[in-house]
Write a protein that binds this ligand. Structure first.
Ligand SMILES: Nc1ncnc2c1ncn2[C@@H]1O[C@H](COP(=O)(O)OP(=O)(O)OP(=O)(O)O)[C@@H](O)[C@H]1O
Ligand SMILES: [Mg+2]
Length: 323
């Protein structure tokens, strides 16, 4: 029996060991069992067709390198602040992934297509990276704009290769800036070719049952049409931090530094910023203390950094105003 299990996947060897077991049963006069085993063996998959789970490892489709990139994670779970709700969702997804075979054996689907929504700088990309690292899965980022334009050419086969790859290899396939797709769908209007491309990508996503996860991230929420929503098994929101989360974030950023002020006193000035902006504030304050050759980050460093960010925000939001 041990030999049989060890040879699983190597067809010739598997058949030889199975034959050996059957012969032994015949010798022991267990003819009914032997006959039924032989029948099962001949009804099994032909020697040519391999069981799916043992499909040979597909190499990463090189032709797709223009629009997909493997990212090595550099962040870990200690680097992200998540709401309790999101922590619960991710722990649930990880448990489900661990027990996927068991769940499928019960005829139930496993959640594997996730949509991350939320304003810029609130952790969608960071979370995809850390989630993949926690699962021990490689992370592939799909560059949608390049993918769409290559699809417009004659390389539709490459797109199929990507989906085939992610269907057979456990990985996280991350479609960042997924809004590009949604927008294109809206704007394509009379551009039939583009519309066809976007629709066929959506169909691919629809039909796909990834071995790992397919994650799409978008800044839009309400404006995404329901045709997009319903393709995902789970929608995860990444909101701007409330004052409790701001406190946790600032404490995390200054964890290995000494500061000579209480960040709590500045909470009201920090509200409304995304994590990426808060990150810039903490970084800038730290740099000021280094430049001034001080061992501790001072309250002045912090206040100045907040003022810089406020100025930056005023200027950039003015630039985005309609003219
Ligand atoms: N929840 C968070 N916890 C800790 N740091 C965060 C968090 N969200 C964002 N950051 C910081 O901001 C940076 C940018 O975040 P990220 O790229 O994940 O944002 P995003 O939501 O993907 O934004 P966009 O919509 O612009 O793509 C991160 O590299 C990290 O330094
Ligand atoms: Mg992002």
């Amino acid at each position: 029996m041990k030999k049989l299990l060890a040879s699983y996947g190597r067809d010739e060897e598997f058949h030889a060991v199975a034959e050996q077991i059957i012969t032994e049963e015949e010798k022991k006069n267990n003819r009914v069992l032997a006959r039924s085993l032989r029948k099962s063996l001949s009804n099994g998959p032909s020697r040519r067709s391999r069981p799916k789970a043992l499909a040979p490892l597909l190499p990463f489709p090189e032709a797709a390198a223009d629009f997909i990139e493997r990212i090595e994670p550099v962040h870990g779970k200690q680097d992200i602040i998540l709401s309790f709700e999101n922590i619960r969702i991710f722990l649930g997804l990880m448990k489900e992934f661990d027990r996927a075979d068991e769940i499928r054996r019960h005829g139930l689907p496993v959640r594997s297509k996730l949509l991350f929504c939320g304003p810029p700088g609130c952790g969608k990309t960071l979370c995809a990276e850390i989630f993949a690292a926690e699962l021990g899965l490689p992370l592939y980022v799909v560059k949608l704009d390049q993918l769409i334009s290559s699809y417009l050419g004659e390389t539709a086969a490459n797109v199929r290769k990507i989906f085939e790859f992610a269907r057979t290899q456990p990985c996280v396939l991350f479609f960042d800036e997924f809004d590009a797709l949604a927008r294109t769908r809206d704007e394509s209007g009379e551009h039939h070719e583009l519309r066809r491309v976007v629709n066929s990508l959506l169909i691919f996503i629809d039909r796909m049952r990834p071995k790992g996860f397919l994650i799409a991230a978008t800044n839009l929420d309400q404006t995404l049409d329901s045709a997009i929503w319903r393709r995902f098994d789970e929608v995860v929101w990444f909101d701007k931090p409330d004052s409790r989360m701001i406190q946790r974030f600032v404490a995390m950023k200054f964890k290995n530094l000494s500061i000579d002020f209480d960040p709590k006193a500045h909470l009201s000035d920090l509200e409304g910023y995304a994590y990426a902006e808060l990150d810039r504030i903490c970084l800038q304050a730290t740099k000021s203390s280094i430049i001034a050759k001080r061992k501790r980050v001072s309250e002045g460093d912090f206040v100045d950094a907040i003022a810089d960010e406020r100025r930056r925000r005023r200027r950039t939001s003015r630039m985005n105003e309609p003219v």
